[in-house]
Design a protein around this ligand. Structure first.
Ligand code: SAH
Length: 209
C-alpha cells in the first residue's frame, strides 16, 4: 500500500461517506485515484485534507467532498460520454474517467492542461480527450453528452451548454458571483429542469472574447 492509501481511505470515510455520498462505484473510485499526484509536490501531505488547494496559475483543486458531490449528481453507470469544463489539476477528470466511458475535458490555461494531460497519461487513462480553450462554448463536435460538469463559476449558465445535453442528460455547475450555488439541470426533451443543490465557492469561469 502506498503511504497515501491510508489517508485516502480516511478521506472517503470521514469527509464523503459521512456527508451522505452513497454511490458505491464512486466511493471505490475515490479510494483508488491518487489525489496527491494532482497537487504540487510541496503540498502532497495536504492532498487528502478537507479543503481545496492551490495548484498554481491562481487556480485550485476542488475540495474532495465537492468532487464527490458533483460527480454523484451525474449518476454515472459506466457507458456515458461526459464533458468537463475546467480540467485544472485533472483530479476530477480522473474520477470521471474511472466512472464513465469517455471524458472530454476543456481547460482555458494551456500550462494546466499540459500538466493534467501528462499526469493522466502517466496513470494510464486512455478514455480522455483534452482541449485548450474557452469551455463556456462547450465542445460541440462531440455533443450530445450524457453529463456536463463545470468546475468554475459563471454569473449565469453559459447558453451553449444545455443544448449539448442528450435527452435525460445532466448538467451540474456553480452559478453566481460571490455567493454561488450548485445548480443541476436535467434535460427532458425540449425542457430543462433546474434544481439548486448546495452553496459553494469556486474560482470564476473566464470568458474569452
Ligand atoms: N476540476 C478542477 C478545478 C480547477 S479550478 C480540479 O479540481 O482540479 C477551475 C478551472 O477552470 C481552472 O483550471 C480554470 O483555469 C478553468 N477555467 C476557468 N474558466 C474556464 C473556461 N472558460 N474554459 C475552460 N476552463 C476554464
Amino acid at each position: 500500500m502506498d503511504r497515501f492509501a491510508d489517508l485516502r481511505l480516511k478521506m472517503v470515510e470521514t469527509q464523503i461517506e459521512s456527508r451522505g455520498v452513497k454511490d458505491a462505484r464512486l466511493l471505490e473510485a475515490l479510494r483508488r485515484v491518487p489525489r496527491h499526484l494532482f497537487v504540487p509536490e510541496n503540498r502532497r501531505a495536504e492532498a487528502y485534507e478537507d479543503e481545496p488547494l492551490a495548484i498554481g496559475e491562481g487556480q485550485t483543486i476542488s475540495q474532495p467532498y465537492i468532487v464527490a458531490f458533483m460527480t454523484e449528481a451525474l449518476k454515472l453507470r459506466g457507458r456515458e460520454r461526459i464533458l468537463e469544463i475546467g480540467t485544472g489539476s485533472g483530479y476530477q477528470t480522473a474520477v470521471l474517467a474511472e466512472l464513465a466511458a469517455e471524458v472530454f475535458s476543456v481547460e482555458v490555461i494551456g500550462e494546466l492542461s499540459r500538466r493534467a494531460r501528462e499526469e493522466l497519461a502517466g496513470l494510464g487513462y486512455g478514455n480522455i480527450r483534452f482541449q485548450t480553450g474557452d469551455g463556456s462554448r462547450g465542445w460541440a463536435e462531440n455533443a450530445p453528452y450524457d453529463g456536463i460538469i463545470v468546475t468554475a463559476a459563471a454569473e449565469d449558465i453559459p447558453a451553449a451548454l444545455p443544448p449539448q445535453l442528450k435527452d435525460g442528460g445532466r448538467l451540474i455547475l456553480p452559478v453566481g458571483i460571490g455567493a454561488q450555488v450548485l445548480v443541476l439541470i436535467v434535460r427532458k426533451g425540449k425542457k430543462f429542469h433546474r434544481t439548486e443543490l448546495l452553496s459553494v465557492r469556486f474560482v470564476p469561469l473566464v470568458t474569452v472574447a
